[in-house]
Design a protein around this ligand. Structure first.
Ligand code: BGC
Length: 903
């Protein structure tokens, strides 16, 4: 992770770059060569409608027909109209031909952006030979409301249905709505839902910050009468928890609509007391308990013009949140997929149990017809008893049920709006008649991040672990990374997210999501630097357990490593420093001992103090690295020095040089310090052998760690040449192991290694044991960020070809384009195909087979390694060397097909 500066890699990269320097670049268009950039993103988002960043950052992906290509210059045009952009006029910003190899994180430097405006942009680039690409296709971004003065709306409420009619005197040419709620909202215009977001807005510390969404409603409005309708629910704004009361007593709506008419006039509509309110069909709603919906109370036409609302009351102006209003700049929660039940049983008369075949988050769509007033109850569960009845013991205090009361006028469809459930099974009672498989459809609901990574191995068990990890990761993205999705918790537990974050980033496009979550963390920080176990705070403590609080520096660091995102470091540096200084204040003798949870859910105990102190060292080291990135050399030096002191104190407090064990000598106890290379050099070998012996002989190749330890155990074994053993752990099938979960029917990861089904803490959908997935990508796939040239500017491709594994194919959709590593291993022949994005370079390290003496490496039909030497002349491959029984080749961008043969 924190490796020393690699001069060789840098030199090779610099050599490739140097080719571009000092060239007078002719503006040549070429059909061959550089191709127009694609996947243009602004603040990590494709064509966002509403951002509130004054200097947004642009990212694009380069394509080229040749290998080893780079960007030597770019030109970004930002225009206020699409027409101007089409004429290559960047009236907002014309970067002109900017000599730079930055194709990510390019900061807008044009005229000040204005609130409630749309902008269009495109980009072209010059390759290392000075050839220009065509311009990309246009992309757009919208600026939302940049200042609180732009907001004219007031927080309103009084009941859960709100409406307002307006008349527009002309055709609408542009209309945007900015909307949020304390709790959840569903906005409707002229009888139709606006947008596809669910459970919006994102959960934040509402008294500090509320996020609003922007929708383009141009096509939903028309000249003449229009009706706005909003349903609001309580969400997390009205839901208290064990330690923290609900922030608000009633839900509220805040909205503003800015309309431009064809005659040039503008119309503004805002939430105020002219809105009318009444109680709608949602009788109650709660994130944990579900929804009660009385369809008899529906008011047909309430969200269309002409509805008689004379019986409705005037909306109340509420205090609402005094927090900052910020644009929601991440993928929204959406209904992303549907599921057809795989089985329907009737374990008792009138009790029907549906099996969705997959544990997931969301809700079901009920299709029913029957007499008016019939109550159908849906109860959700992850587990079944042997009797076939649902087992909801592990859902604890959450009622997790929806009740639908029929209108009685034919076919009725219902799904809740303001709750979600974590479930595989649904129990239906009160159904009029006999339900069929078609009476229910499952809906998968979570933050709609794009899948960008893939991992497939020749070992089915690994693919299954990958699959259940993906499910757990995704179904726990509910605008914050939650711990679980089913019981009376579902919170942003930071320990869980810090261990899963990297794996999530390898699988999904997480940059915007985690940028938002980092701000959420900043929002809970007190002036004394403390942060909390859960973000937003509902459970747990302040100060956070250091293994939970480390989410703040670590997620910032992963965002920087994965995306080359300097801004996340700049924006958080002060907050991180405050956090570090708080830790420091609790470690007078350089040992940080306080701990709430330690290596949570382990099968063998490691002292919490050791875990906390490890993170104290880790965080201090990260701060020193961040300071160096930001050019603050004084801080870099002082944090580095402090880190040395902490390391020494750590070894004094927790290490026994005699035995070579840290504290209790558990896997976690020894793996943690090995991960950061903290052990005294002369005893390091002993710590490694203790760790290996512990896994192999004392536990018969089983893990004993909790979710903290497992995050480091696998990479540590790999780091010290024991990838085979790490693999053996990964494919273990008896308790405790991932295979054991799968053998017992898991379709998502469990919270515990044990197979428990009782009332205690044992969720069957917790993502935190899924950090092994990062190891799949990094060790088995071999795709690694180079910490010295982050954002995949330089990539280390170094697959571990272990045991009986005969093939792995991994792809990571990086900020610079797709990186692929795909290998097959037969005795004596290794084939490795890689893809390196344009504007990146890579070290590709191909292992020999154990018994090989003479190895030859071909790329396509050329020889690149023979008789112990690198053979020059293959396009894109600039250097090669041998070490640790691996041939390592330095390559530029492009696709390569390597074949290593040996005798
Ligand atoms: C949560 C965990 C969390 C832990 C901390 C549990 O209730 O579900 O995932 O990290 O508490 O103690």
């Amino acid at each position: 992770m924190l490796r020393s500066y690699s001069i060789l890699r840098f030199l090779v990269f610099a050599a490739l770059l140097a080719l571009t320097v000092g060239l007078t670049i002719p503006s040549v268009q070429a059909a061959e060569g550089p191709l127009a950039p694609v996947n243009l993103r602004c603040e990590y988002l494709n064509n966002p409608l509403g951002i509130d960043v004054r200097q947004p950052r642009f990212t694009w992906i380069l394509r080229h027909t040749e290998r080893a290509q780079l960007q030597s210059a770019y030109q970004v045009l930002v225009a206020s109209t699409l027409e101007l952009l089409a004429q290559n006029k960047g009236d907002q910003w014309d970067s002109s031909q900017a000599a730079s190899d930055d194709s990510t994180q390019v900061v807008y430097k044009g005229k000040p952006l204005e609130s409630d405006h749309s902008y269009w942009w495109k980009v072209r680039y010059w390759d290392k030979d000075g050839k220009a690409s065509d311009y990309s296709r246009p992309a757009s971004f919208g600026v939302a409301l940049l200042s609180s003065d732009d907001w004219k709306g007031k927080w309103i409420g009084g009941a859960n249905l709100l409406r307002k009619e307006i008349t527009l005197n002309n055709k609408v040419v542009r209309a945007r709505v900015y909307v949020t709620a304390l709790g959840y909202y569903e906005l409707r215009i002229n009888g139709e839902k606006v947008g596809c977001n669910d459970l919006d807005p994102a959960w934040t510390t509402y008294p500090v910050r509320v996020l609003y969404s922007t929708y383009d409603i141009t096509s939903q409005l028309r000249a003449g009468k229009n009706a706005f309708g909003a349903m609001i629910g309580g969400g997390w704004a009205l839901l208290g928890a064990r330690d923290v009361p609900a922030p608000y007593k009633q839900s509220a709506l805040l909205l503003q609509v800015n309309i431009e008419l064809a005659d040039g006039k503008t119309v503004q509509i805002a939430s105020d007391s002219s809105w009318k309110v009444t109680q709608g069909p949602v009788v109650s709603d709660s994130v944990w308990d579900g929804e009660v919906y009385d369809a008899r109370r529906e008011l047909p036409g309430w969200d269309s013009p002409g509805f008689d609302d004379s019986a409705w009351s005037a909306a109340k102006i509420l205090e609402g949140s005094k927090g900052i209003l910020s644009a929601e700049m991440m993928p929204p929660i959406q209904d992303v997929d549907s599921m057809v039940p795989v089985a329907l049983t009737c374990p008792r008369p009138g009790v029907y149990v549906y099996d969705m075949g997959q544990n997931s988050s969301g809700w079901v769509d009920l299709h029913v017809s029957g007499p008016r007033g019939t109550q159908v109850q849906l109860r959700f569960a992850e587990l079944l008893y042997d009797t076939g009845m649902i087992n909801r013991e592990n859902i604890r205090g959450a009622k997790s049920r929806d009740i639908y009361i029929l209108r009685g006028d034919g076919e009725e469809n219902y799904h809740p709006r303001f709750t979600y459930h974590g479930f595989r099974y649904v129990e239906v009672t009160g159904f009029p008649g006999t339900p069929s498989l078609d009476s229910l459809r499952g809906h998968v609901v979570h933050t709609a991040v794009n899948t960008t990574g893939s991992f497939v191995a020749s070992k089915t068990l690994l693919n299954q672990i990958h699959k259940i990890t993906r499910w757990s990761d995704l179904t726990n993205l509910m605008s914050v990374p939650t711990d679980c999705d089913q019981r009376n918790e579902r919170m942003g537990w930071m320990g869980d997210s810090q261990t899963s974050a990297e794996g999530m980033m390898l699988n999904f496009d997480m940059a915007a999501f985690f940028t938002n979550f980092v701000r959420d963390i900043r929002d809970v920080q007190d002036p004394d630097g403390t942060i909390t176990d859960t973000v937003p705070l509902r459970y747990g403590s302040r100060p956070a357990d250091p293994a939970w609080g480390t989410a703040y520096p670590l997620i910032c660091w992963y965002l920087y490593q994965q995306n080359g995102d300097r801004r996340i470091l700049e924006e958080n540096y002060d907050g991180l420093k405050k956090y570090l200084e708080f830790l420091h204040s609790r470690a007078p003798d350089d040992v940080l001992r306080f701990s709430h949870y330690g290596d949570w859910v382990s099968t063998e105990k490691t002292p919490g103090a050791e875990v906390s102190d490890f993170y104290y060292y880790y965080d201090t080291l990260l701060l020193s690295q961040m300071a160096a990135v930001l050019g603050n050399s004084a801080d870099a030096a002082s944090y580095a020095q402090r880190a040395e002191q902490i390391k020494d104190a750590f070894n004094k407090a927790f290490f026994d040089p005699e035995t070579g064990n840290y504290t209790t000598g558990t896997q976690t106890a020894n793996a943690l310090p090995l991960f950061l290379d903290m052990a005294p050099k002369d005893r390091r070998g002993k710590v490694v052998s203790n760790l290996v012996n512990n896994v192999l002989y004392e536990h018969d190749t089983h893990v004993t760690t909790g979710f903290i330890g497992i995050r480091y155990l696998m990479p540590v074994l790999t780091q010290f040449q024991h990838s085979d053993l790490a693999y053996d752990l990964a494919v273990q099938t008896t308790f405790p192991s991932w295979g054991y979960m799968l053998a017992n029917g898991a379709t998502t990861l469990w919270e515990l290694w044990q197979n428990k089904t009782g009332p205690a803490m044992n969720s069957h959908n917790h993502h935190m044991m899924g950090s092994v997935d990062a190891w799949f990508y990094e060790a088995l796939g071999g795709i690694n960020v180079d910490p010295d040239l982050p954002g995949y500017r330089h990539i280390r491709i170094e697959p571990q070809m272990v045991r009986d594994l005969t093939s792995v194919s991994a792809t990571v959709g990086t900020v610079r384009g797709e990186v692929t590593s795909s290998w097959t291993h037969e005795p004596g022949v290794i084939r490795l195909q890689v893809d390196v994005p344009v504007n990146s370079a890579a070290s590709v390290s191909i292992p020999e087979d154990n018994e090989m003496t003479e190895v030859t490496v071909h790329e396509g039909n050329r020889t690149v390694w023979e008789n112990g030497h690198f053979v020059e002349g293959t396009p894109g491959i600039v250097a090669g060397k041998m070490g640790n029984r691996r041939v390592s080749l330095e390559v530029g961008s492009g696709h390569y097909d390597f074949r290593l043969n040996g005798e």
